[in-house]
Design a binder for this molecule. Structure first.
Ligand code: ZN
Length: 137
């Protein structure tokens, strides 16, 4: 899927995430006040409202929380892809993100809830920002 739409900047909440993605670092935020884990990137803690957030680098491993298989997509960036798995991934550091499970022969049979996965970075022909996707381990 090398032609996904790219993020558009300036965008104050997510720009640091995408700059880290260039280094193949999957980042999340942790609140310095209540230690809550925050994802997606934002300006305040979702638990206590504090703006004092630290950026952390995830090990990039977790498990499939749930998933669905997309068989058709009208967006031209995804048209040639065929069936693919869209999944919520629970990272070991305690945040959940929406991504894809890649590297399986048949996403209707080879992806399951609880499956261990690891992040990898999909290079894009359409821009400078690689996309985090997950492969079973
Ligand atoms: Zn907090």
């Amino acid at each position: 899927m090398p032609n996904r739409p790219m993020p558009v900047f300036p965008e104050p909440d997510t720009q640091a995430f995408w700059e880290a993605a260039k280094r193949h670092e999957l980042t999340y935020q942790q609140c310095n006040s209540c230690r809550g884990v925050v994802f997606t990137p934002r300006a305040h803690c979702t638990a206590c409202g504090s703006p004092d957030l630290a950026i952390k680098v995830s090990r990039g491993e977790g498990e499939v929380y749930t998933y669905s298989v997309v068989r058709q997509n009208r967006n031209p960036s995804f048209a040639d892809l065929g069936a693919y798995a869209v999944a919520y991934i629970d990272l070991d550091e305690g945040f959940r993100m929406l991504s894809n499970v890649v590297g399986v022969n048949d996403p209707t049979k080879d992806v399951h809830c609880g499956q261990r996965v690891r992040v990898e970075w999909e290079k894009q022909e359409s821009g400078d920002y690689p996309i985090p996707v997950f492969r079973p381990i």
